[in-house]
Design a protein around this ligand. Structure first.
Ligand code: SF4
Ligand code: SF4
Length: 403
């Protein structure tokens, strides 16, 4: 089987899941939204890394599905139709080497983020080990890296990140009911996810539990949410992040297909609830989301664990103009959304390794005062070129003993 992508033909490798191997020079970069856009809720800067495009865990609610489907050229209808219902994962060949070179070109680094639009521990990773190779490149330079997964974190990954002071893991867990979990995601079983927390805790690695997403009428029962928070805390989680599912309009048919696999009646209920449009997404009505988040914050306060939201906004009207306000201002109980304060790292001249920037808590969005460069305190949508430029500013200040 062959497939066409960007005018090139690729052989589809069937095992362990259909995938193609692609050369790439794509650059690591920061968040897509700046503070000025009104759509930035992430307090800390991150270097986003996607060694794969597409994810065989196939969560029906996942917005990353839209990226994969669009990449196949419409001219190839037969193949497109054959593959559109189960993704072909793109594997970026030797991506660790590409990223290593980029890390060697900067003197200021934020924590790596593995990965925003794919799961780093999905089955193809067992063959290519790009996630572990990438983690090794960060740890070798003493740059922190965080892992976000619905899969099993490998022992190799844990053994690497435990050597780096600010590296940590986020485990996405939606329910304690494994029968329900199977309807939501092909990721790891509930017990394996819970064991992830224990394995991180046993190695003194900070662990975050992501209740992400919470799907109305599916996993939003208040008592179930309380039981979930209690259990993940017991197993080693130190912080909770939640979000309410939103529906990416271009792939809403797939979302509704997934819902009907759980209960056909859900479709009408969702259509009545999902009436708030923010960009390309339909969101659940704000009263529903606020009630959900109020309840979760209360549960986390009761259970003495910190809490934040991920990318939740409400529409507000300022002087007749519609604008967006992040809901973390109402519900977050931590300085940074991931609970842990991870400073920006810098590499001094003559130093082989990076080290934490003094007096930095990594909260660029709310910090307001940066002794390195005011641009970081503006929480822009940073590119690799920005990091290279900041490195020169840092070097200059360091040489002139201003920092
Ligand atoms: S595991 Fe994550 S990236 Fe993979 S399909 Fe599910 S939500 Fe998407
Ligand atoms: S000092 Fe503040 S603005 Fe500067 S890098 Fe640290 S958190 Fe960001």
């Amino acid at each position: 089987m062959e497939i066409s992508l960007n005018n090139k033909i690729y052989k589809v490798i069937e095992h362990p899941y259909p995938h193609i191997l692609v050369d790439s020079k794509k650059e690591i970069h920061g968040w897509f939204y700046s503070k000025n856009s009104g759509r930035r809720e992430c307090t800390s800067e991150r270097l986003l890394i996607n060694p794969y495009n597409g994810c065989s865990f196939n969560c029906f609610f996942c917005y990353a599905r839209s990226f994969t489907i669009r990449r196949f050229e419409s001219g190839n209808e037969e193949i497109y139709n054959k593959f559109k219902n189960f993704h072909v994962v793109i594997v970026y060949k030797d991506f660790d080497k590409v990223v290593a070179k980029q890390l060697d070109s900067i003197k200021i680094a934020s924590c790596g983020y593995l990965s925003p639009i794919t799961d780093p521990f999905q089955p193809v990773n067992e063959k290519y080990k790009l996630s572990e190779k990438l983690i090794a490149e960060f740890v070798k330079r003493n740059i922190p890296i965080e892992l976000v997964t619905k899969g099993k974190i490998s022992d190799e990954a844990i053994n690497l990140i435990k050597r780096q002071e600010h590296s940590f893991g986020q485990i996405s867990i939606l329910t304690l009911n494994d029968e329900l979990r199977k309807k939501l995601t092909n990721g790891a079983s509930t017990e394996i996810l819970l064991k992830n927390f224990e394995r991180l805790a046993d190695n003194n690695i900070y662990a975050v539990a992501r209740l992400d997403p919470i799907l109305p009428y599916i996993n939003d029962n208040p008592q179930d949410l309380r039981n979930l928070v209690v259990e993940v805390k017991e197993r080693g989680a130190k912080h909770i992040i939640a979000s309410c599912a939103d529906i990416l309009k271009p792939i809403e048919d797939k979302f509704y297909d997934g819902l009907s696999g759980i209960d056909k009646n859900l479709i009408e209920k969702y259509k009545a609830l999902y009436t708030e449009n923010i960009g390309y997404y339909s969101n659940a009505k704000i009263y529903y989301r606020k009630k959900l988040f109020e309840n979760l914050k209360q549960i986390c306060n009761d259970e003495k664990i910190s809490f934040s939201l991920c990318m939740e906004f409400e529409k507000t009207n300022v002087k007749g103009r519609e604008t967006l306000s992040g809901l973390n201002r109402l519900y977050s109980t931590s300085l940074n959304c991931e609970g842990i304060n991870v400073p920006v790292y810098v590499k001094r001249q003559g130093n082989g390794k990076f080290e934490p920037l003094n007096n930095c808590k990594g909260n660029c969005l709310t910090c307001g005062n940066c002794h390195l460069t005011s641009e970081l305190a503006q929480a822009k949508a940073l590119r690799l070129a920005d990091y290279r430029r900041f490195g020169k500013i840092f070097e200059n200040k360091f040489q002139n003993k201003l920092i």
